[in-house]
Design a binder for this molecule. Structure first.
Ligand SMILES: NC(=O)c1ccc[n+]([C@@H]2O[C@H](COP(=O)([O-])OP(=O)(O)OC[C@H]3O[C@@H](n4cnc5c(N)ncnc54)[C@H](OP(=O)(O)O)[C@@H]3O)[C@@H](O)[C@H]2O)c1
Length: 326
C-alpha cells in the first residue's frame, strides 16, 4: 500500500518532511494546500508534481489524499487537523499539536469519536538514537534514573515572526519545549508537579522559561527553553550508577555519552533526513489499521500539553487561543 500524503503549509518543516518522504518507498506527496495557489503549485512542482490547492477543504476532497500532514504554525494546526479528522482522513500534526490544552483536548475528542488516526509529529521518538538511549537505560548502565536536566534555545532573527508573534505561536516553550519536556515524559511519564519562572517579550510571549517538574515516584527534572540565548541543546540523565550526556542536539539526538563505572562510552547515532523514521511509523500504523500510535499516543500528547499549559499560565504568557480566537 502506498500512502498518498497531502501537506498543509509550505514552510521550513514542510520542506524538510517532503524531502524525507522522498526516501520512504511506502509514501508519496500527492497534494499540498497553501494560503496561496502559487506557493502550493511551486511546492508541488518541486516535490514530484503534487497537486496544489489554496484551500484545505478542497485538498481533503482529493481522492488521492490518504493522510494529511499539518505543518502550519501551532495555533493554525487545530483547524486544519480537525477538518481532516472530520473528513475521515488520518492526520499527522506538527509539534506542539496545538497552542492550547483546550484545542488539543478538542482534537483528541474528535479523533477518538471519528475513530481516525491522529498523531503529534514528535519525530525524535522514532530516531535510532532515541531507541538506543532507551535500550542503554533499560540495560541498567547508569542504574535507576532519578533526574534529568535539559536545555534548548537559540536566538531567532527579529524577522522570524513565528518566534515572536503570539498569533502564530510565538514564544520559546511551545516551539522548543516539545524536546526537553518530551524527553522528560519519555523517561518518567506524566509529572504531578510543575513549577516555572519565565520572562516575557514586549509582545507578551515567553522569552525564557525555567521549569522544575516532579513525579510521584520521586524523580525530578530541571528544564529550560529560551529564545534569548544560544543554549547548550543538551541533556543530562542521572542515575544511581552514573549519568548520560545527550549531546549535539536534543531534537535530533545524534550522540550520547554514558559515564559509568569510571569510564565514558560514546554512542553515535547521527542520521540524515531523520523525519523519515516518523513517516515510516505512521505508514505502519495505517497499514495495521491503528487509530493511535503505540509510541506517541494521544494521552501522551495531552499530558505534555498539560505541562505547557501550566507553565504558560504560571509565567503569564500571551497566547493565541484557537477555540476562542478562531
Ligand atoms: N518537527 C520538527 O523538526 C520541526 C521543526 C521546525 C518546526 N516545527 C513545527 O512546524 C510548524 C511550522 O514551523 P515552520 O518552521 O515550518 O514554520 P514556517 O517556515 O513559518 O512555515 C509555516 C507555514 O505555514 C503556513 N501558514 C498557514 N497559516 C499561516 C499563518 N497564519 N502565518 C504564517 N504561516 C502560515 C505557511 O505556508 P503557506 O504560506 O503556504 O500557507 C508557512 O509557510 C510549527 O508548529 C513548528 O513548531 C517542527
Amino acid at each position: 500500500m502506498t500512502v498518498g500524503w497531502g501537506f498543509v503549509g509550505t514552510g521550513g518543516i514542510a520542506r524538510t518532511v517532503a524531502t524525507a518522504l522522498e526516501l520512504v518507498p511506502e509514501g508519496r506527496l500527492v497534494a499540498v494546500a497553501s494560503r496561496t495557489a502559487q506557493r502550493a503549485e511551486e511546492f508541488g512542482a518541486e516535490f514530484g508534481g503534487a497537486r496544489g490547492y489554496d484551500d484545505v477543504a478542497a485538498m481533503l476532497d482529493d481522492p488521492a489524499v490518504d493522510a494529511v500532514y499539518v505543518a502550519t504554525p501551532h495555533p493554525q494546526h487545530h483547524a486544519a487537523a480537525r477538518a481532516a479528522l472530520l473528513a475521515g482522513t488520518p492526520v499527522l500534526v506538527e509539534k506542539p499539536i496545538t497552542a492550547t490544552l483546550a484545542a488539543a483536548e478538542d482534537l483528541v475528542a474528535v479523533a477518538r469519536a471519528q475513530g481516525v488516526f491522529c498523531m503529534e509529529a514528535y519525530w525524535t521518538r522514532f530516531l535510532p538514537g532515541t531507541q538506543a538511549l532507551l535500550d542503554v537505560i533499560a540495560s541498567g548502565a547508569v542504574g535507576d534514573v532519578r533526574s534529568l536536566h535539559a536545555d534548548l534555545g537559540f536566538v531567532p532573527e527579529e524577522t522570524a515572526q513565528r518566534f515572536w508573534d503570539p498569533r502564530i505561536g510565538g514564544g520559546s516553550l511551545l516551539d522548543l519545549g516539545p524536546y526537553p519536556v518530551g524527553l522528560a515524559h519519555l523517561l518518567f511519564g506524566a509529572p504531578d508537579r510543575v513549577q516555572a519562572v519565565g520572562t516575557l517579550t514586549e509582545r507578551g510571549v515567553d522569552r525564557q522559561v525555567a521549569m522544575a517538574l516532579g513525579w510521584p515516584t520521586g524523580e525530578v527534572a530541571a528544564l529550560s527553553t529560551t529564545i534569548a540565548a544560544q543554549a547548550s541543546t543538551r541533556a543530562w540523565i542521572e542515575g544511581t550508577g552514573g549519568w548520560i550526556e545527550v549531546g549535539g542536539s536534543l531534537p535530533s539526538l545524534p550522540r550520547f555519552t554514558v559515564h559509568a563505572s569510571g569510564a565514558e562510552q560514546v554512542h553515535e547515532h547521527a542520521v540524515a533526513h531523520g523525519h523519515r523514521f516518523m513517516l515510516e511509523h505512521v505508514h505502519e500504523c495505517l497499514a495495521r489499521g491503528l487509530t493511535e500510535s503505540p509510541l506517541v499516543g494521544l494521552d501522551r500528547t495531552l499530558e505534555v500539553m498539560r505541562v505547557f499549559e501550566t507553565v504558560l499560565d504560571q509565567v503569564g504568557a500571551v497566547r493565541h487561543r484557537e477555540l476562542a480566537d478562531g
